[in-house]
Design a protein around this ligand. Structure first.
Ligand SMILES: NC(=O)c1ccc[n+]([C@@H]2O[C@H](COP(=O)([O-])OP(=O)(O)OC[C@H]3O[C@@H](n4cnc5c(N)ncnc54)[C@H](O)[C@@H]3O)[C@@H](O)[C@H]2O)c1
Length: 271
């Protein structure tokens, strides 16, 4: 249903790969709420993914950018303002990748070149994006920047591997840069800590199916879907949340505050 929550707002959406991507669902919903945006992804994802389909559906243009390349980001931000006709009101960073996870390297046996690549793509790219926006003075006052994260930044989930460290780094960047973006430009910066979600990135994590069922049983409201995550993101892009900043916001059906649930207890009760 459209409330025209984002009417007249302009932005950039990173990370839509296919229809399961959280960024894909967000783009569809931002469009529904009257927002205009440029879609972007890594050049390699352009070839693999279906982003053109999404662009046609939402009347958006695509600008390829490797989010680890400052040059690509500068081009992306400058062109987006040109295409959309002014400064930006919202940016979604929906990017994550660990080469150690992809290659099946255990946390105790990491390849550090892969580790470096992983934090560059998953965390420092967020700093690079914000620094580019900040230097180009590309955000309107009361604009909103959101990145996606996972609770493994705070608690141990052994198979999440070095992505846990990458997410802790990402969340810290959100706070540190968010301070300056707030003070100097009145722009808010937050992370959404989302339930495990069946997407390409999610399913790359070892034992993902068990992971998602466990979280479902632990969460009083059940796991949050990609669609629901998109809905939550809309509120953060809207003018209804103008003073929310520097926060890591759990969107997880309550998982983060549960010690144990009855369903999980029952699995351990001797019959
Ligand atoms: N799926 C989950 O269980 C889950 C849970 C919590 C948080 N998240 C986070 O949500 C975000 C979106 O992931 P998703 O689950 O929608 O999966 P996804 O695989 O659909 O999206 C990940 C995106 O990152 C992009 N990407 C990778 N390297 C890039 C680069 N160098 N430059 C630009 N883009 C690049 C990919 O092309 C892809 O579009 C990620 O930050 C992920 O860690 C996912």
């Amino acid at each position: 249903m459209s409330y025209n929550l984002l009417k007249g707002k302009r932005g950039i959406i990173f990370g839509a790969l296919d229809e399961n991507s959280i960024a894909w669902k967000t783009a569809e919903k931002v469009f529904e709420q009257g927002g205009k945006f440029v879609l972007t992804n890594a050049p390699i994802a352009m070839r693999m993914g279906k982003i053109k389909e999404l662009a046609e559906k939402t009347g958006s243009e695509i600008i390829p950018a490797d989010a680890t390349s400052v040059e690509d980001l500068e081009n992306l931000v400058a062109k987006s303002m040109e295409i959309l006709g002014g400064k930006l009101d919202f940016v979604l960073h929906s990017i994550g990748m660990s080469v150690n996870v992809r290659k099946g390297n255990h946390y105790t046996d990491m390849n550090y070149d892969f580790t470096t690549k992983g934090w560059d793509v998953s965390a420092v790219s967020f700093h690079k994006t914000m620094q580019t926006l900040y230097k180009k003075d590309a955000m309107n006052e009361w604009g909103s920047i959101v990145a996606l994260t996972y609770i493994a930044a705070q608690r141990v989930f052994p198979d999440y591997n070095d992505m846990a460290d990458n997410k802790a780094y990402l969340e810290s960047i959100a706070r540190s840069f968010g301070y300056f973006f707030g003070k100097d430009k009145k722009v808010r910066v937050n992370t959404i800590s989302q339930s495990p979600t069946p997407t390409t990135a999610g399913q790359g994590v070892k034992g993902f199916d068990a992971f998602i069922s466990y979280a479902e049983k632990m969460s009083p409201l059940g796991n949050a879907t990609a669609d629901e995550c998109a809905d939550y993101t809309l509120t953060l892009f809207s003018d209804l949340t103008k003073k929310v900043t520097l926060q890591n916001l759990f969107h997880d059906g309550g998982f983060s505050n549960v010690g144990v649930s009855q369903e999980v207890m029952e699995a351990f009760i001797e019959k």
